[in-house]
Write a protein that binds this ligand. Structure first.
Ligand code: AMP
Length: 213
Protein backbone atom coordinates (compact mmCIF):
# COMPACT_ATOMS: atom_id res chain seq x y z
CA UNK A 1 0.00 0.00 0.00
CA UNK A 2 1.31 3.45 -0.91
CA UNK A 3 -0.10 6.47 0.87
CA UNK A 4 0.40 10.20 1.18
CA UNK A 5 0.14 12.05 4.51
CA UNK A 6 -1.09 15.52 3.61
CA UNK A 7 -1.42 18.42 6.02
CA UNK A 8 0.11 21.70 7.14
CA UNK A 9 3.41 21.86 9.05
CA UNK A 10 2.84 20.55 12.57
CA UNK A 11 -0.22 18.46 11.68
CA UNK A 12 1.55 15.35 12.99
CA UNK A 13 2.54 13.71 9.71
CA UNK A 14 5.97 12.62 10.95
CA UNK A 15 4.60 11.21 14.21
CA UNK A 16 1.96 9.17 12.44
CA UNK A 17 4.37 8.06 9.73
CA UNK A 18 6.57 6.55 12.46
CA UNK A 19 3.63 4.46 13.70
CA UNK A 20 2.92 3.20 10.20
CA UNK A 21 6.59 2.24 9.81
CA UNK A 22 6.58 0.37 13.13
CA UNK A 23 3.21 -1.32 12.73
CA UNK A 24 3.13 -2.10 9.02
CA UNK A 25 6.76 -2.18 7.93
CA UNK A 26 6.18 0.62 5.45
CA UNK A 27 8.96 2.97 4.36
CA UNK A 28 8.68 6.66 5.22
CA UNK A 29 9.79 9.01 2.49
CA UNK A 30 10.02 12.46 4.04
CA UNK A 31 11.35 15.07 1.64
CA UNK A 32 11.88 17.39 4.64
CA UNK A 33 14.21 14.80 6.25
CA UNK A 34 16.01 14.22 2.94
CA UNK A 35 16.56 17.95 2.48
CA UNK A 36 17.80 18.36 6.07
CA UNK A 37 20.27 15.53 5.46
CA UNK A 38 21.47 17.24 2.29
CA UNK A 39 21.81 20.50 4.22
CA UNK A 40 23.86 18.86 6.99
CA UNK A 41 26.11 17.06 4.52
CA UNK A 42 27.22 20.42 3.10
CA UNK A 43 26.79 19.43 -0.57
CA UNK A 44 26.18 22.14 -3.18
CA UNK A 45 22.51 21.19 -3.25
CA UNK A 46 22.43 21.28 0.54
CA UNK A 47 23.83 24.79 0.64
CA UNK A 48 21.31 25.91 -1.97
CA UNK A 49 18.30 24.60 -0.09
CA UNK A 50 19.38 25.66 3.43
CA UNK A 51 18.36 29.30 3.01
CA UNK A 52 15.14 28.44 1.26
CA UNK A 53 14.15 26.11 4.10
CA UNK A 54 15.13 28.57 6.83
CA UNK A 55 12.82 31.17 5.25
CA UNK A 56 9.97 28.68 5.12
CA UNK A 57 9.72 28.73 1.32
CA UNK A 58 9.34 25.64 -0.83
CA UNK A 59 12.39 24.08 -2.47
CA UNK A 60 12.08 23.78 -6.26
CA UNK A 61 10.03 20.92 -7.69
CA UNK A 62 13.03 19.57 -9.68
CA UNK A 63 15.08 18.99 -6.54
CA UNK A 64 12.42 17.21 -4.51
CA UNK A 65 11.14 15.14 -7.42
CA UNK A 66 14.75 14.04 -8.04
CA UNK A 67 15.12 12.99 -4.40
CA UNK A 68 11.91 10.96 -4.49
CA UNK A 69 12.85 9.36 -7.81
CA UNK A 70 16.17 8.14 -6.35
CA UNK A 71 14.42 6.60 -3.34
CA UNK A 72 11.71 4.89 -5.37
CA UNK A 73 14.30 3.36 -7.65
CA UNK A 74 16.47 2.23 -4.73
CA UNK A 75 13.96 0.78 -2.28
CA UNK A 76 11.91 -2.36 -2.33
CA UNK A 77 9.17 -1.98 0.24
CA UNK A 78 5.82 -3.27 1.29
CA UNK A 79 4.59 0.26 0.84
CA UNK A 80 5.67 3.88 0.93
CA UNK A 81 4.42 6.70 3.12
CA UNK A 82 4.97 9.99 1.37
CA UNK A 83 5.40 12.53 4.16
CA UNK A 84 5.59 16.16 3.08
CA UNK A 85 5.53 15.21 -0.60
CA UNK A 86 3.87 16.14 -2.90
CA UNK A 87 3.50 19.80 -1.96
CA UNK A 88 2.57 21.21 -5.39
CA UNK A 89 0.41 20.05 -8.27
CA UNK A 90 3.56 19.56 -10.39
CA UNK A 91 4.95 17.23 -7.71
CA UNK A 92 1.64 15.34 -7.56
CA UNK A 93 1.73 14.79 -11.34
CA UNK A 94 5.37 13.69 -11.13
CA UNK A 95 4.53 11.21 -8.38
CA UNK A 96 1.79 9.71 -10.55
CA UNK A 97 4.28 9.21 -13.35
CA UNK A 98 7.00 7.80 -11.08
CA UNK A 99 4.63 5.30 -9.49
CA UNK A 100 3.27 4.14 -12.80
CA UNK A 101 6.82 3.68 -14.14
CA UNK A 102 7.54 1.26 -11.28
CA UNK A 103 4.17 -0.49 -11.64
CA UNK A 104 2.94 0.93 -8.32
CA UNK A 105 -0.28 2.72 -7.49
CA UNK A 106 -1.30 5.31 -4.94
CA UNK A 107 -3.85 3.82 -2.58
CA UNK A 108 -4.91 6.68 -0.34
CA UNK A 109 -4.22 10.26 0.65
CA UNK A 110 -4.77 10.98 4.33
CA UNK A 111 -5.51 14.63 4.95
CA UNK A 112 -4.71 15.59 8.57
CA UNK A 113 -6.86 18.56 9.57
CA UNK A 114 -5.61 20.85 12.36
CA UNK A 115 -6.48 24.47 13.08
CA UNK A 116 -3.80 27.12 12.57
CA UNK A 117 -3.51 28.32 16.18
CA UNK A 118 -2.82 24.76 17.33
CA UNK A 119 -0.08 24.49 14.70
CA UNK A 120 1.79 27.54 15.96
CA UNK A 121 1.87 26.27 19.55
CA UNK A 122 2.72 22.71 18.50
CA UNK A 123 5.62 23.76 16.31
CA UNK A 124 7.23 26.30 18.60
CA UNK A 125 7.26 23.64 21.39
CA UNK A 126 8.57 20.85 19.16
CA UNK A 127 11.84 18.94 19.47
CA UNK A 128 12.93 15.65 17.97
CA UNK A 129 15.42 12.97 18.92
CA UNK A 130 18.52 13.03 16.73
CA UNK A 131 18.91 9.30 17.31
CA UNK A 132 15.55 7.90 16.24
CA UNK A 133 13.34 10.81 15.15
CA UNK A 134 10.91 10.49 18.07
CA UNK A 135 8.92 13.73 18.32
CA UNK A 136 8.61 15.54 21.67
CA UNK A 137 6.63 18.59 22.79
CA UNK A 138 7.69 20.85 25.68
CA UNK A 139 4.14 20.91 27.06
CA UNK A 140 2.38 17.69 26.11
CA UNK A 141 5.32 15.28 25.84
CA UNK A 142 8.48 16.74 27.37
CA UNK A 143 11.91 15.09 27.17
CA UNK A 144 12.39 12.58 30.00
CA UNK A 145 14.04 14.21 33.02
CA UNK A 146 17.14 12.01 32.72
CA UNK A 147 17.77 13.70 29.34
CA UNK A 148 17.58 10.42 27.42
CA UNK A 149 15.11 9.71 24.64
CA UNK A 150 12.45 7.29 25.95
CA UNK A 151 12.60 5.38 22.68
CA UNK A 152 16.32 4.96 21.95
CA UNK A 153 18.25 6.47 24.89
CA UNK A 154 19.97 9.12 22.77
CA UNK A 155 20.72 12.48 24.44
CA UNK A 156 20.70 14.33 21.10
CA UNK A 157 17.77 16.77 21.35
CA UNK A 158 17.20 18.61 18.09
CA UNK A 159 15.15 21.71 17.37
CA UNK A 160 14.61 22.62 13.74
CA UNK A 161 15.98 25.95 12.52
CA UNK A 162 12.64 26.65 10.81
CA UNK A 163 10.48 25.87 13.87
CA UNK A 164 10.10 29.52 14.84
CA UNK A 165 7.03 31.68 14.51
CA UNK A 166 8.25 33.75 11.53
CA UNK A 167 9.27 30.76 9.36
CA UNK A 168 6.14 28.94 10.39
CA UNK A 169 3.90 31.77 9.12
CA UNK A 170 5.67 31.55 5.77
CA UNK A 171 5.43 27.73 5.72
CA UNK A 172 1.69 28.07 6.38
CA UNK A 173 1.39 30.61 3.56
CA UNK A 174 3.14 28.21 1.19
CA UNK A 175 0.84 25.43 2.37
CA UNK A 176 -2.33 27.38 1.67
CA UNK A 177 -1.12 28.78 -1.66
CA UNK A 178 0.56 25.72 -3.17
CA UNK A 179 -0.25 22.54 -1.23
CA UNK A 180 -3.87 22.85 -0.15
CA UNK A 181 -5.12 22.64 -3.79
CA UNK A 182 -3.98 19.00 -3.61
CA UNK A 183 -6.94 18.30 -1.30
CA UNK A 184 -9.35 18.95 -4.16
CA UNK A 185 -7.08 17.20 -6.64
CA UNK A 186 -7.03 13.94 -4.67
CA UNK A 187 -10.71 14.23 -3.74
CA UNK A 188 -11.51 14.33 -7.46
CA UNK A 189 -9.35 11.24 -7.95
CA UNK A 190 -11.33 9.42 -5.23
CA UNK A 191 -8.23 8.98 -3.06
CA UNK A 192 -8.86 11.47 -0.25
CA UNK A 193 -9.63 10.46 3.35
CA UNK A 194 -9.74 13.23 5.95
CA UNK A 195 -8.99 12.71 9.63
CA UNK A 196 -9.11 15.08 12.59
CA UNK A 197 -5.47 15.70 13.46
CA UNK A 198 -6.26 17.61 16.67
CA UNK A 199 -7.02 14.68 18.97
CA UNK A 200 -4.65 12.67 21.16
CA UNK A 201 -1.88 10.89 19.25
CA UNK A 202 -3.55 7.49 19.74
CA UNK A 203 -6.92 8.79 18.57
CA UNK A 204 -5.37 10.13 15.39
CA UNK A 205 -3.55 6.84 14.91
CA UNK A 206 -6.86 4.96 15.22
CA UNK A 207 -8.58 7.35 12.80
CA UNK A 208 -5.84 6.73 10.24
CA UNK A 209 -6.14 2.97 10.68
CA UNK A 210 -9.90 3.28 10.06
CA UNK A 211 -9.33 5.42 6.99
CA UNK A 212 -6.93 2.82 5.57
CA UNK A 213 -9.12 -0.19 6.39
P1 AMP B 1 8.99 19.41 6.46
O1 AMP B 1 10.00 18.68 7.26
O2 AMP B 1 8.11 18.50 5.65
O3 AMP B 1 8.19 20.38 7.31
O4 AMP B 1 9.80 20.31 5.41
C1 AMP B 1 10.71 21.31 5.82
C2 AMP B 1 11.04 22.23 4.66
O5 AMP B 1 11.67 21.48 3.61
C3 AMP B 1 9.85 22.91 4.01
O6 AMP B 1 9.44 24.09 4.69
C4 AMP B 1 10.41 23.20 2.61
O7 AMP B 1 11.31 24.31 2.66
C5 AMP B 1 11.23 21.95 2.34
N1 AMP B 1 10.43 20.88 1.71
C6 AMP B 1 10.11 19.66 2.24
N2 AMP B 1 9.39 18.92 1.39
C7 AMP B 1 9.22 19.70 0.28
C8 AMP B 1 8.54 19.50 -0.94
N3 AMP B 1 7.86 18.37 -1.21
N4 AMP B 1 8.57 20.51 -1.86
C9 AMP B 1 9.26 21.66 -1.60
N5 AMP B 1 9.89 21.92 -0.46
C10 AMP B 1 9.90 20.94 0.48
Amino acid sequence: MNIILLGPPGAGKGTQAHFLVEDRGMIQLSTGDMLREAKDSGTEMGKKVAEVMARGDLVTDDIVIGLIREKLEGENASGFIFDGFPRTLAQADALDTLLSETGETLDAVIEMRVDDEALVSRITARSTCGGCGEVYNDITKPWPEDGKCANCGSTDIKRRADDNEESLRQRLMEYYKKTSPLIGYYYAKGKLRSVDGLGEIDEVKAAIADALA
